[in-house]
Structures are given as C-alpha cells and as structure tokens.
Design a protein around this ligand. Structure first.
Ligand SMILES: [Zn+2]
Length: 311
C-alpha cells in the first residue's frame, strides 16, 4: 500500500471512529514512571502554515531552517500527541487531540480510534487534565458521541486563568491565520458550554492523582499548564505547548499560536533549564511521536535526546 493510500484509508477510518488493526505505523508508546503508567498516543500530524512557526524571524531565515529539516516552505509537519496516565485507581487523559475541528488537517484527529485500539475505554477515564483549551487539545472531547460515553462524575482539571481567558479570548498578539483563530474561539466556546459543570479549576497547581501534579505556566495561553509526574526516583513532564521541535534550535522564535509570545519564550527557557537539571523525561504535544526524550544542555542551546524504544 502506498503512503498516500494508507493515509487516505486511515482518514476514512478515523472519521468512522473505527479501530484499524492493520495500521502500518505504531500509534501508542508506553513508559513507566516508577509505579505510574504513561501511554503516549498519536493523534496524527498537523500541517500549519509555515509563517506560524516563527512570527519574529525573517522569512529567509525561516525558510533556511525549514530546508535543514527537509520541510517545504508553505506548511510544516507538526506531530500531535496526547497521553493516558494510570496512577493508583485513576485513569487520566491529558489533552484529547484535535477531533474533527479542522478538516484541512486530514492526517490528524485519530486519537479516538487509537485510544480504543490501545484498550482504553472512555468509560474508565476518571480525570481529564487540559494543558490549555486550544482546539488541538480539546477537540477530541467535542467529537460526536464522546461526552455520552464519559462518566458523569468525570473531573476535568484546567487552570482557572484558562477557563476565564476563553470567556473573552484575546488574539491580538498571536500570528495564526484568521480561520484558525475562529476555530480556536469556536472550539473553546463549545467546550465550555458542554463541560463547564465538570471543570475543577486551580490557581497555581493541583495534585490530580498520587504523583501527578498539574501546574500553570502561562505564556502560550494565560492558563497554559504542564503536568509533572513523579514516582520514586523517576520523573516525567508533559510539557503541552511550551516546547516545540524548533525550540531546540531557536527557543527565541515566537510561535504564531502563542497569546503572549515573550512570556511563552521565558516559560520555554525556564522549563528547558529545569529539564536539563532534573533529567526528567519530557513528552511534548508537538514533538515527533513517541515524543519521549530528555533535554540536554549544549552550550547556549538545548539538545533533544530521544528515548530508546523500550518497556
Ligand atoms: Zn497545540
């Protein structure tokens, strides 16, 4: 089967919400953090416009970087990952993929059927943690039929600042295409309408389960948060949208989806320094699947050190 054909048939299956036992690439990757199980699930790949990767770099510099990555100059590939965490008796989803929010990104939106293929029933999920409320993180919860399958006592943890921000969002500092800003506004509005009564908001941080702590960083969005998972000597951070693939070469580049790009850069540098010092694993929404690695200091820059595939 050619790649194009494989992509097309998986797209059809994704829309139908079916599991595809014959998927040609792995879509889940398990990590143990002490007594806590972490499962990374790929939602697929987004294709945002290249301008949104670096709104403060001149186009020639940006194009040169894209060339080094063998990427075209118009759009770039951006992985999309979400995570399932099992700690004690709790099953926690961190983010939920893009769902059907952007039909122009046909390679993404696969979280639902891949979650099922990984043996995770929505009925067993006790908690959802949202790093923030952009459409590629809440979209999976807006897919038809999903809410009905979730437990009525499901807790959805999100920072109070994030929930407040999306009541009247400000896009003035972002560099995303207007159509995607509209998708962001619409998805967050529908999410709040559907799930408002299940929100468990926190100000700075919240222990969601033993060893699983969500903490607000701000920057990317005012309430953007990361999740730190600790058990025994093992540590892992789910970094959400604080650190991108390009951040290792250009941590100072402003991403078009950042609502406060200067603060997002400060947050990024602080978290990257923390990761070099602690040696914690990083799983990051938009790093290539399985998105598990460590951050090493390399002179003034940082280096991504991918995990050896193992379990
Ligand atoms: Zn994102």
């Amino acid at each position: 089967m050619g790649q194009e054909q494989a992509v097309k048939s998986s797209d059809t299956a994704a829309r139908a919400g079916q599991s595809r036992p014959d998927e040609l690439v792995p879509s889940r990757y398990a990590v143990r953090v002490g007594d806590i199980d972490v499962l990374v699930i790929s939602d697929g790949v987004l294709e945002p416009p290249a301008e949104s990767m670096a709104t403060n770099a001149d186009p020639a510099t940006r194009d040169a970087w894209l060339d080094t990555m063998f990427l075209p100059h118009d759009t770039f590939d951006w992985a999309l990952n979400a995570v399932v965490v099992r700690s004690g008796s709790q099953t926690i989803l961190i983010d939920s993929g893009i769902g059907g929010e952007v039909p122009d990104f046909p390679r993404a939106g696969q979280f639902g059927h891949r979650l099922a293929a990984a043996g995770v029933d929505l009925e067993t999920v006790t908690d959802v943690v949202l790093t923030h409320m952009h459409f590629d993180h809440v979209g999976g919860l807006l897919v038809d039929g999903v809410k009905e399958r979730l437990r009525p006592d499901l807790r959805i943890h999100v920072s109070a600042a994030e929930a407040t921000f999306w009541e009247a969002p400000d896009f003035s500092r972002t560099g995303m295409p207007p159509a995607l800003a509209e998708v962001a506004r619409s998805a967050a509005t529908r999410f709040l309408k559907e799930y408002r009564h299940q929100l468990q908001t926190f100000e700075t941080e919240q222990e969601v389960a033993p060893g699983v702590v969500v903490a607000r960083t701000g920057g990317h969005t005012p309430g953007h948060s990361v999740v730190r998972i600790t058990s025994g000597k093992d540590r892992l951070m789910f970094g959400g949208d604080a650190i991108f693939p390009v951040s290792f070469d250009h941590p100072e580049w402003h991403n078009g989806f950042e609502h406060d790009p200067e603060e997002a850069t400060r947050v990024r540098l602080r978290l990257m320094r923390e990761l070099t010092e602690t040696g914690a694993w990083l799983v990051s929404t938009h790093m290539p699947f399985p998105s598990v690695g460590r951050v090493a200091a390399s002179g003034d820059l940082f280096r991504w050190v991918p995990a050896w595939w193992d379990y």
